[in-house]
Design a protein around this ligand. Structure first.
Ligand code: C2O
Length: 546
């Protein structure tokens, strides 16, 4: 196994999109940021230097960070932020994961421009469980704001209203030819007739689930969230923010140019079609050259409608582990966690300025009616390891305070969560099941729920209210998919299982940034077991403190 060293300089860089240039925060001046490529078993050492005027941290999304929780990255959870002028070296080993992950800033909304692909090839000396493709192409789906994304979220927090939606969706940082001033920079993916390409598709958008397709071509799904899947063929895939899907595509159509396209799914923002489709082009190298002959428009894709829940769930429920999975049985901790929005009444004096949400309220969000608040004086992990009191409590509830119809319109009294930094304590090695139940408070939507420090099995998902009497019969304990982010279906639920074998403090949150901003998060405190192999390593000497 190798050790890979990288320097990440976080800095302001002029970036031109949609006819305008503004200073975006980037890594090494690149947007999207550098692609990291490693083999399973390798170690990554990334020295992050902050030359920007914002606090920053980097999260290695989906990396298990076994006993190296200090390198996980969410600010005020596993570390205090790297201040302007400061630096921090993340050091961790990839243990057992293969496929596609990514890295992103985990501080305010900086991840809008601070993100990149993290490719994990098979362990040295071993091979892919499918025919090795000729080419591999990372496809990062993203969102672009004409404004500074940090200002966008600050303004939303100041007013209590929903933040401005993005001005474009992007593929590898480019909006594509449906947007103004973007046509000549549309990303081209070249192919030779007959060859197979592995597209490593990553949804790095902030606030949007996306459908993804390539006109006229079949996609063979082989992995998701750096776990292999039983291969199956589809024409469209759906990814929530945070999720990745590896697909094989064979250039078996007549030589031409074909649209690669992504479009918003279950848009709660009601954005019009043209603003929610981003394009790139799959170009056969033998296709007639557009510069010479008459310009050939790319072949049009066929994308599901933005509210096509049936197609989304047909995709997520097709994912399977390639062989019999080791699903935890004999559960020690059985949690039921609601995920959804809420509205907070305004403090009387601030009514006009701070309460521009619906009917003079402020938006909020919660899990089991607790709206998560980050500490500011210590990270949760530091406070736990060093026994610093008063930073958090461990009374996150195992079930919601009241039961109601989560899919329907409920009484306004249930719309107001309480704020708190409440963790749920897990014994080392405990077997955990969580029913994630979406609520339809204010709005019903799909929530991509991400757990740090773990992969989990998604043993079932469905619509309506989860019913422990009926729905347990739907549990797949044979070959469920293993992921790090579960799409909880709109007006529905998902059930996940994992073994708490990684000590530390691990955030679980909705990966729609607007929702985590409003408090749709909680954290697990996983205790050390016995001895070094069951305990978190000591903090690195350069760990930023607050
Ligand atoms: Cu990809 Cu907590 O994040």
């Amino acid at each position: 196994a190798k050790t890979h060293y990288h320097d990440f300089v976080v800095q302001a860089t002029p970036v031109k999109r949609l006819c305008k240039t503004h200073n975006a925060i980037t890594v090494n001046g690149q947007f999207p940021g550098p692609t990291l490529e490693v083999n399973n078993g390798d170690t990554l050492v990334v020295n992050v230097v902050n030359r920007a005027r914002y606090n920053v941290t980097i999260h290695w999304h989906g990396i298990r960070q076994m006993r190296t929780g200090w390198a996980d990255g969410p600010e005020f959870v596993t570390q205090c932020p790297i201040r302007p002028g400061g630096s921090y070296t993340y050091r961790f080993t990839i243990e057992g994961q293969e496929g596609t992950l990514w890295w992103h800033a985990h501080s305010s909304w900086l991840r809008a421009t601070v993100y990149g692909a993290l490719i994990i090839r098979p362990r040295e000396g071993s091979s892919y469980p499918f025919t090795k493709p000729k080419r591999q192409t990372p496809i990062l789906l993203g969102e672009w704001w004409d404004a500074n994304p940090v200002d966008v979220v600050r303004e939303a927090m100041r007013t209590g209203a929903a933040p401005n939606i993005s001005d474009a969706y992007t593929i590898n940082g480019q909006p594509g030819d449906l947007y103004n001033c973007s046509s000549k920079d549309t990303v081209i993916v070249p192919v030779d007739s007959g060859e197979t390409n592995l597209l490593r598709v990553i949804n790095s958008a902030l606030n949007q689930e996306l459908f993804f397709t390539v006109a006229k071509h079949k996609l063979t799904v082989v992995a998701a969230d750096a776990s292999y899947m039983k291969p199956f063929t589809t024409s469209v895939i759906m990814l929530g923010p945070g999720q990745t899907t590896d697909v094989l595509i064979t250039a078996d159509q007549s030589p031409a140019r074909y649209y690669i396209a992504a479009r918003a799914y279950a848009s709660a923002q009601g954005a019009p079609f043209d603003n929610t489709t981003t394009t790139a082009i799959l170009e056969y190298k033998s296709a007639p050259c557009p510069a010479k002959g008459p310009s050939l428009p790319p072949v049009q894709p066929s994308l599901p409608a933005y509210n096509d829940t049936a197609t989304a769930s047909a995709f997520t429920t097709s994912l399977r582990s390639p062989s019999k999975a080791e699903v935890p049985i004999d559960i020690d901790e059985n949690l039921f966690i609601t995920v959804g929005l809420g509205l907070n009444p305004c403090p009387p004096k601030s009514r006009s300025r701070n309460c521009q949400g619906p009917n003079g309220t402020r938006f909020t969000a919660s899990m089991n009616n607790v709206s998560f608040v980050l500490p500011s004086n210590y990270s949760l992990l530091q406070s736990h390891q060093q026994g610093i009191p008063g930073v958090f409590t461990t009374d996150f509830p195992a079930a919601p305070p009241v039961k109601f119809d989560y899919t329907g319109n409920v009484s306004r009294s249930l719309w107001t969560p309480v704020r708190g930094t409440r963790l749920y304590k897990l014994k080392y090695g405990s077997k955990v099941q969580i029913v994630l139940q979406g609520t339809s408070i204010f709005t019903a939507e799909n929530h991509p729920i991400h757990l740090h420090g773990y992969d989990f099995y998604i043993i079932a998902e469905g619509f309506g209210n989860f019913d422990p009497k009926k729905d347990t019969s739907k549990f797949n304990l044979i070959d469920p998919p293993m992921r790090n982010t579960a799409s909880v279906p709109v007006r529905g639920w998902a059930v996940i299982r994992f073994v708490a074998d990684n000590p530390g403090v691990w955030l679980m949150h909705c990966h729609l940034d607007v929702h985590i901003t409003w408090g749709l998060a909680m954290a697990f405190l996983v205790e050390n077991g016995f001895g070094e192999l069951q305990s978190i390593s000591p903090p690195p000497a350069d760990l930023p403190v607050c």
